[in-house]
Design a protein around this ligand. Structure first.
Ligand code: 2BA
Length: 109
């Protein structure tokens, strides 16, 4: 058995979870936020048979889109009287960041 951990954007979660369910893959959503952008995202946990890993990755790929996000840099420490104009910086956020890990044991007690 494998545990798939997928960090996805909030906009894609509903569609991805429904599509996973259609393929018989259960998932758990955890609200999370990215360390870099400090914006909300969602971490999906999916426990699957090895034979389902490729299907799960395909469904995630089909339903999670790459998007641009804008980050406004924090102002540096400036001397009094100096002005800092913060311009938003464009960052590409991938469709999903996915980890696949082996599961030693799986039990529902
Ligand atoms: P964030 O950490 O908020 O990162 C959002 C996007 O900002 C990243 O998209 C990447 O394009 C950019 N970025 C991140 N760190 C950067 C840096 N030090 N310098 C420049 N740009 C940077 P993705 O790579 O698609 O990641 C989307 C989200 O997936 C991340 O949100 C984070 O929540 C998660 N993630 C990505 N890589 C991870 C990893 N190795 N371990 C755990 N979570 C990860």
């Amino acid at each position: 058995m494998k545990l798939i951990i997928a960090v996805v954007q909030g906009e894609d979660v509903q569609r991805a979870v429904l599509a996973l369910g259609d393929r018989g893959i259960s998932s758990t959503r955890i609200s999370s936020s990215g360390g870099f952008l400090q914006q909300g995202n969602v971490t999906l946990l999916m426990g699957v048979d090895e034979s389902q890993v490729a299907i799960a990755l395909e469904v995630i790929r089909e339903n999670c889109k790459e998007r641009s996000r804008y980050l406004t840099p924090a102002p540096p420490l400036a001397d009094p009287g100096e002005m800092f104009l913060a311009y938003p910086v464009e960052v590409q956020v991938g469709g999903a960041t996915v980890f696949v890990v082996s599961v030693d044991s799986f039990e529902k007690i």
